[in-house]
Design a protein around this ligand. Structure first.
Ligand code: FES
Length: 64
């Protein structure tokens, strides 16, 4: 699903960026070598980053 229409960034791109270490919305755009245009996607990007980092934290807690 496309999350950022301006820059054609999908939820998969955002999750991949989070897995690669992106913690902030700006990191996602940096991974794509671009910048936000209208900014309407920022909230959803932040939510997806949180969701992915929580999943990663939970997985690490289980393996410890
Ligand atoms: S929808 Fe992402 S910058 Fe416009």
């Amino acid at each position: 699903m496309i999350v950022c229409v301006c820059r054609a960034i999908s939820d998969r791109d955002i999750r991949a960026a989070a897995e690669a270490g992106a913690e902030r919305c700006a990191d996602v755009f940096r991974c794509r070598d671009t910048e936000p245009q209208c900014g309407s996607c920022v909230g959803m990007i932040v939510d997806l980053l949180r969701e992915t980092s929580h999943g990663r934290s939970a997985a690490m807690a289980v393996t410890r």
